[in-house]
Design a protein around this ligand. Structure first.
Ligand code: NAI
Ligand code: 15L
Length: 266
């Protein structure tokens, strides 16, 4: 695998950013890291580029000279509609505009399982399944996916849309045994994205090779990504948990508590 020259990761101070930061150095000669939070000192090959995604004029400079953008920055759970719109809808639009104007041709968009969270757990989803957002946050991810599709069809900017399950060092509850994605599998997926001769605008479910799974990535097998980790190693953490109530909304739907929650601002 040839190294990409320069990649930008937004949201680099976040949970996923912290897990993959070091591994990105194997994929690119220059790794530009951006966030509104402190990113510490740059390591070898790293550039620190603080930037607020709502600062539209600053975005062109942020993406300049990058061969690819890993867009992990933004509001990562349910919040006020105003904040989600400002950062996850307007912010992502202006980031894509900056990419278009600066000639960046490849983007990873960190979508979420909450774009499809109102599908039931017994429904096996593919890249062609209809979106069914479970929150204002999920709606913002559907917007990002639609924007990525537009920028591919109209401007030839390729995006890997990753509907991430739960990318944490370990699953936090029984649901995440099905939705967990390891940092290693995320890094391997990014490697496939950077390597693909033609990427297009595929939708991939970001999930490891867990025993229980609701998602089928066979439509995007051309990417050559095969998850290598499994949540099975963490099964003991939840062995003594009480049985799940099959009539609980958080158990019926893939989005779990996001589907069950009332309006964030009530
Ligand atoms: P996180 O909340 O830990 O990290 C997001 C980062 O974005 C934070 O460091 C935050 O400071 C930054 N950010 C927020 N507003 C910003 C702004 N206005 N300008 C610049 N930076 C801003 O989230 P996490 O878990 O690392 O997720 C990263 C991305 O992946 C998010 O887009 C999230 O929606 C998505 N995702 C994550 C999942 C997970 O399991 N960790 C699951 C599904 C999707
Ligand atoms: C997400 O989209 C969130 O960013 C993350 O914090 C988790 O809640 C994850 O989904 C999940 O569904 O487990």
């Amino acid at each position: 695998m040839a190294k990409t020259n320069r990649i930008l990761m937004t949201g680099a101070a976040g949970i996923i950013g912290q897990q993959i930061r070091q591994g990105l150095r194997d994929l690119a000669t220059h790794v530009r890291l951006s966030d509104v939070e402190d990113l510490g000192k740059p390591g070898p090959g790293e550039e620190i580029a603080p930037c607020d995604l709502t600062d539209t004029p600053a975005l062109r400079g942020l993406v300049r000279d990058c061969d690819a953008i890993l867009h992990f920055g933004g509001i990562s759970t349910e919040n006020t509609a105003e904040l989600i719109h400002r950062v996850n809808i307007d912010g992502v639009y202006h980031l894509y505009e900056a990419a278009r104007k600066e000639g960046v041709k490849r983007i990873l968009f960190a979508s979420s399982n909450h774009a499809i969270g109102f599908h039931t757990r017994e429904t096996r989803l593919t890249a062609s399944s209809l979106t069914r957002p479970d929150s204002n946050y999920g709606v913002s991810k559907v917007y990002g996916e639609a924007l990525a599709s537009l920028y591919w069809d109209k401007y030839g900017i390729e995006t890997l849309i990753v509907r991430i399950g739960s990318c944490f060092p370990a699953p936090k509850d029984r649901r995440m045994m099905a939705t967990w994605m390891s940092a290693g599998d995320m890094l391997r997926l990014i490697g496939c994205m950077l390597d693909a001769p033609r990427l297009g605008c595929p939708i991939v479910y970001g999930v490891s090779d867990n025993d229980e799974s609701w998602w089928d990535n066979s439509e995007t097998a051309y990417l050559g990504w095969t998850p290598q980790d499994s949540s099975a190693q963490f099964g003991h953490l939840f062995a003594d948990d009480p049985a799940q109530d099959p009539n609980d909304t958080a158990v019926i739907y893939q989005g779990g508590m996001f589907a069950k929650a009332r309006h964030f601002e009530d």
